[in-house]
Write a protein that binds this ligand. Structure first.
Ligand SMILES: Nc1ncnc2c1ncn2[C@@H]1O[C@H](COP(=O)(O)OP(=O)(O)OP(=O)(O)O)[C@@H](O)[C@H]1O
Length: 650
């Protein structure tokens, strides 16, 4: 009933009905061909039969029209005895129940496509009668008897495509320019930054802000213009989401305003918490916070498992007199360690928390293990256990609104989300319970800076200076290719990604056995201390080829990476974007190569183009250019088998 037809949003995939449509089209064509063949046979037969014979058949057919199966069977047997072919039922049917196209062909009744009928030599008036009869037949029997008219048709209408409807804040974001170099803003132009802060930026070689920083820093400063307790206009400050390419400077976009807002604080309380997915990223952000908090009274602490739990606990707070005092203003943590400290009540007091920063937000949303966010938000409400001098400002759990609950200003909790591949799926974002969110996105920015129409889901921005290639190859040639890139093409330092830590380890052993390359591996096979040392050596240029799993794919900032190689093609487009984003950072240029087997090419290229890649070029490496390495390579392969066996025995 079309009155109650509801079209659902079927996602960005190809329309399901299209496939259904194409299937039925194909079936129809097949049936028509069969019908035509039968009609041709009958016509040839028709010409051969004498007229009386033809009349006999016709009457026979009319009598048996509504015959049942066994009668049909007898007739068939009778005809066979008379050594006569069964006539192909080509022509019209006066009455009868419509079957589907397939049934029609089985009973040799022509499929109701008019050209099929025309070709079969059925005359015009028959055609008209046929269509009238059929069109009447289309209406189910009971309506003919009752005379009621049926609202809407029963015919199979294709589902209309319903376009995605986004909340306004997602559909109309604040635009961030993609072109970093073309839209630099001098740091002194940003209102609200303390002069000594500007000097510190100059001292660290930062004279201009990148587009994402020029947009986000003023927005965060504005949300705390009236102090920590209230946002603009006396309302609770809006949460902020930032979606900008890899290497576009998102870290400083939250470090600088948070330090600027908190540096005037009087009493030390935990007022900023940055949560990151991995230890290495936490270490990296902790370093940036420490660099810019130097010279201010702010103290930065990391809870990521680099030190023992007890050592972290001791550095969180201490008793002074009868009260526990916080020893940290800003905390940088990984979710697991953070939840441990909350559960074990190890002196982590979040009741004065003002900024909750979630970096690599899409990854943090997907891996909400231990429901860390709800634990953190719960911990920001006053437990009521210790009568706090700040009780006047401490938050109480949201309850019914009363005059009392509205009177004293509560410390608002403002969430700041950052990612290069921020999801636009409202259902996923709903988990974060954002308050009147404001989105800053480069995704919607056109070349001339105007806002593009709502983007397809999962369409992202790639760094401007990135050039992407794919290399068709076979499994056995991959190691030779990576050696060719290091030894012959001199593309090092190369960051090479594999899809598993075993593959990374095997490749590392093989490259070591081949010789002549400073290589290292980076995966969870190494201890945190070894990983930290490996990253440091890579930063210092002591390593030509770093073979890594996706542990370094996100956020790790290693300046000077000229080339990223996807030794194993990534399964997901977000993984691809974060891997290739390890190069071409801060507006610099960089190369990304993906080794593809024949079977992977079509699907991978479609995935990358659908994600908004500016273009990926085919780079063929001829077998001749690998000549001369085969001998050493074969020997290295044999030794590898032995080396792996020895490791297993150890
Ligand atoms: N205004 C600036 N001027 C010069 N260099 C900058 C500026 N802002 C950031 N950088 C440098 O750019 C590099 C990338 O910065 P950052 O790691 O913050 O990028 P990102 O957007 O967080 O990347 P990812 O999405 O991969 O985490 C860093 O080495 C940083 O020091």
């Amino acid at each position: 009933m079309s009155l109650f037809l509801v079209n659902r949003y079927l996602g960005e995939d190809d329309d399901k009905s299209d496939t259904k449509e194409s299937r039925s089209q194909a079936l129809l064509l097949k049936l028509q061909q069969k019908a035509k063949e039968r009609q041709r046979e009958s016509l040839t037969e028709h010409r051969q039969d004498p007229p009386e014979e033809h009349a006999k058949k016709k009457t026979l057919k009319k009598k048996n029209k509504s015959g049942d199966q066994h009668l049909q069977h007898d007739k068939k047997r009778k005809l066979e005895c008379d050594n006569l072919e069964e006539p192909v039922k080509v022509k019209k049917k006066k009455k009868g129940v419509t079957g589907n196209a397939e049934d029609k062909v089985k009973k040799n009744v022509p499929v109701t496509s008019t050209e099929g009928l025309k070709n079969s030599g059925v005359s015009g008036e028959d055609l008209q009668e046929q269509q009238e009869v059929e069109s009447k037949d289309d209406i189910p029997k009971q309506t003919l008897d009752t005379g009621f008219t049926v609202l809407g048709g029963f015919d199979n209408k294709p589902v209309q495509k319903v376009h995605r409807v986004l909340p306004q804040w997602l559909a109309q974001p604040d635009v961030i320019h993609k072109d970093i170099k073309g839209h630099l803003v001098p740091v002194c132009k940003i209102a609200g930054l303390a002069p000594k802060f500007i000097n510190k930026l100059h001292h660290n070689g930062i004279d201009h802000f990148f587009p994402v920083q020029a947009e986000v820093i003023p927005a965060v400063l504005e949300s705390a213009q009236q102090g920590l307790l209230i946002g603009p206009g006396g309302y609770k400050p809006r949460d902020i989401c930032v979606s900008a390419p890899t290497g576009s400077g998102k870290t400083l976009a939250f470090v600088i305003p948070v330090i600027q807002v908190l540096m005037q604080r009087v009493i030390c309380e935990v007022r900023a918490l940055a949560v990151l997915p991995t230890k290495e990223l936490a270490q990296q952000v902790f370093k940036v916070f420490s660099t810019y908090a130097e010279g201010t009274p702010l103290r930065v602490l990391m809870l990521a498992g680099q030190k023992s739990f007890a050592a972290e606990q001791a550095s969180l707070s201490e008793y002074r007199g009868s009260r526990r005092r916080s020893l940290a203003d800003i905390i940088v943590a990984t979710p697991g360690r953070l939840v441990d400290h909350i559960h074990k009540k190890s002196g982590l007091n979040l009741e004065q928390l003002r900024f909750l920063i979630i970096d690599e937000a899409d990854r943090m949303i997907d891996s909400m293990h231990q429901a860390w966010l709800s634990q953190v938000v719960k911990a920001t409400y006053s437990s009521g256990s210790e009568p706090e001098a700040w009780s006047i400002f401490s938050r109480s759990e949201p309850a019914c609104i009363t005059a009392a609950s509205l009177s004293p200003p509560r410390m608002p909790l403002q969430k700041l989300l950052f990612s290069a591949t921020l999801t636009q799926n409202p259902e996923k974002l709903q988990q974060l319970d954002l308050h009147q969110p404001r989105l800053f996105s480069s995704n919607h920015c056109q070349a001339d800076g105007t806002v593009a129409a709502a983007q397809k889901a999962d369409c992202f921005d790639f760094p401007q200076g990135l050039t992407e290639f794919y290399v068709p190859c076979t499994l056995s040639r991959k190691p030779l290719l990576i050696l060719h890139f290091v030894l012959r093409l001199k593309l090092s330092p190369i960051l090479c990604f594999t899809n598993s830590r075993e593959a990374a380890h095997r490749l590392y052993l093989l490259v070591q056995l081949f010789g002549g390359v400073q290589a290292a591996e980076f995966s969870s096979r190494l201890s945190p201390a070894e990983r930290k040392q490996t990253l440091k050596d890579f930063q210092q240029g002591k390593i030509q080829l770093l073979i890594s799993t996706d542990a370094t794919a996100r956020g790790i900032d290693v300046s000077g990476v000229k080339c990223v190689v996807n030794y194993d093609a990534p399964q997901y487009v977000r993984t691809y974007i974060h891997r290739v984003g390890r190069t071409a950072r801060a507006g610099k240029s960089g190369l990304a190569f993906t080794f593809l087997l024949g079977v992977q090419e079509k699907k991978f290229l479609k995935m990358v183009m659908d994600a908004g890649s500016p273009g990926i070029q085919k780079q063929i490496v001829k077998s001749e250019s690998l000549k001369g390495m085969e001998g050493r390579y074969e020997r290295a392969l044999q030794e590898l088998a032995q080396a792996i066996k020895d490791e297993k025995t150890k």
